[in-house]
Ligand binder design. Structure first.
Ligand code: 6PG
Length: 242
């Protein structure tokens, strides 16, 4: 059953603030109930200011365990790496235990990095919170239209991607099935360029973001301007749905 809770916010700043509050509330609950907080980070640009805002949080950082929803296969210090963005904005400024920081080794190439991350994830149960972005074509993490999204039960935890339409072409992604094994999912959707993807999503088109189906449903933090109706072309080609 698809269950989307759309949270309209005035602008990017309001989205960042709501995201920070929601993440910290999830962390407090998980740490209180289970003594730890397992969070999957989104890549791209949208989360950067959210990560910066988390630097000032009052929380038990020793209980935080960090994972990545996807990674670009680039050298580990490449500025375009999702792990590099998160480290510069947040992770290197707070006392999260290095043992609890689980970067995807994209520098090894997609196949090897996907295998290694999948092996590590076998030791990890359901996540507490998964953060995800939304691409202009409806992609999320590195699950792209016209590609395998890893939705089937029993799908592997990770996918090696070699022809991603969003550069770089080589990436590693958690599968839709693994990203759905979580107590909470928050999508972070900001920027006029996402209008068509939001309209396609709300019109029921089978974009990759729709493949993320945790039992508790999905919270979508979205700038209210992106919820204005938009005439979508009939042709499915616009959002090559699987
Ligand atoms: C990536 C991300 C990707 C991103 C969306 C939105 O590696 O690029 O994982 O899924 O979240 O493309 O990107 P922006 O936040 O930059 O719009």
């Amino acid at each position: 059953m698809e269950q989307y809770r759309w949270h309209a916010v005035a602008d990017a700043r309001a989205l960042q603030q709501l995201a920070i509050e929601t993440i910290l509330a999830g962390a407090a609950l998980a740490i209180r109930e289970r003594g730890s907080f397992h969070i999957v980070l989104a890549g791209g640009d949208t989360p950067r200011e959210i990560y910066r805002g988390l630097c000032k949080a009052e929380t038990d950082w020793s209980a935080w365990h960090i994972y990545f929803g996807d990674e670009r296969c680039l050298p580990s210090l490449d500025l375009a790496r999702n792990s590099h963005m998160a480290a510069e904005a947040w992770l290197k400024h707070v006392p999260i235990l290095p043992l609890h920081l689980h970067a995807i080794a994209g520098e090894l190439g997609a196949d090897e990095a996907a295998q290694q991350y999948s092996a590590m994830l076998h030791t990890v149960g359901d996540f507490d919170l998964v953060l995800l972005g939304l691409g202009e074509d409806g992609h999320t993490a590195s699950l792209f239209p016209g590609h395998d999204w890893g939705t089937a039960p029993g799908a592997p935890d990770t996918l090696a991607v070699f022809d991603a339409p969003k550069p770089p072409p080589q990436r590693v992604s958690l599968t839709a099935a693994r990203l759905s094994r979580t107590r909470q999912v928050i999508f972070l959707v900001s920027g006029e360029s996402k209008h068509r993807a939001v309209a396609a999503w709300r019109a029921g088109k089978n974009i990759p973001a729709r493949a993320i189906r945790p039992e508790a449903g999905v919270d979508v933090l979205v700038e209210s301007a992106l919820l204005a109706s938009l005439a979508l072309p009939d042709k499915q080609g616009e959002f090559k749905c699987n």
